[in-house]
Design a protein around this ligand. Sequence first.
Ligand SMILES: C[S@@+](CC[C@H](N)C(=O)[O-])C[C@H]1O[C@@H](n2cnc3c(N)ncnc32)[C@H](O)[C@@H]1O
Length: 395
Amino acid sequence: MIKLLRRLGKVSQTSGFQRPEAVASSLTSGCTDAERRAQYVLFAGTSGGMSARVRKITKDILALSQNCLGFTAISTRTRDRLLADAPNLSRYFFLVERPKHPIGKLPDGCHTVLRADHPDLQDLRRRYANHPATEHIQWSRQDVETRLDLPYFRADNSYVFQSRAYSPLVFYATAAYVEKTDKADLFQVLEEDNYFGAETFDFHGKLVSRDLLDSIIELNFLAAYVPLFSESRSINVLDIGAGYGRLAHRMTAACPNVGKYFCTDAVPESTFLSQYYLAFRNVLDRCAVVPLDKVTELRSIPIELAINVHSFTECRGRVVAWWLEELSAIKIPWLFIETDFGLTSRDGYGVRNDFREKIEESGYRLIVQQPKFAQSQILRDHGLYPSEFYLFRQT
Ligand SMILES: C[S@@+](CC[C@H](N)C(=O)[O-])C[C@H]1O[C@@H](n2cnc3c(N)ncnc32)[C@H](O)[C@@H]1O
């Protein structure tokens, strides 16, 4: 029914629906996050092509259905007014992605490397074609080509969403949370610049970004279980779906005892970009980018921690199973997964399947599960991209 109504969206009415304030409060108060996500707001604009009679019927159906089906119908104009006042509500709407135009520094000469016809990228594309881990649902070549502006790989795109749905206040509150909870003292040490389009915000004279804040929260969490800061021994790490190398850069800058940080990925552009970015950050002595067709070579290297941040949830179940088999073969004791969709793979449009059993069958047992904003209920609802951390250990 909702799907049908969404299709009808363009032809429905603008009057007689809830006031924006009422919509906002019904979305934000008195219900849990899960309940809130389950509610629908249908927005609709008038269409000149529809007869008055059809418009009236549509309006009546909407008015009737919204009461019994639990959604609220508002006009597109009201939606836009609402979002202008409260951009953080935009994740409750089915909006066409409108990434911001990238700003920020680019190093001289980067355009000669960061281009789609670069021979290294072409080579990776050839090598990755037909690999079982590249049966993409979300990262097809066409998707990547239309959504990714190579030189601005840290801008608002599928690697790390930037402010899009969030106001600067959310960045401020999240930065305050990080400063307060940062036992590892990374907030003072790690720095941000706006190279390659990363959106930055001022926090009392310190430049912060989602890249920086997320990384500090993740590192603090991991350090409570895995010896990231131990001086007596060093550990190796494997990041699957490492993107442009965000966490590799942060972890090597923050943790002198991390020996080698291996980045791998099944998307040629990600491998290509991480190689470029980690060289740019001058950390290739401690990071290695491992192309997908070389992953099996890691089997002879002792690796203590595997990381998967917002990646398995963007893969098909059989691709997750492929990676889990590889992890078992490499024999990695710790597995950290961060997700905002639970432990589910994406197997079709709107189709998600639980892969927790697959993890357990690979010999991992859950040691801890906690929200990204473990120490703040308010930020669990209103912080910057809330998510869930899962840490598994091989039995
Ligand atoms: C949302 S981005 C997250 C990037 C990075 N983990 C981070 O947090 O900055 C998802 C990543 O998953 C990667 N990815 C997509 N399909 C994959 C697959 N089949 N196997 C491994 N990684 C994949 C993408 O290339 C991208 O790097």
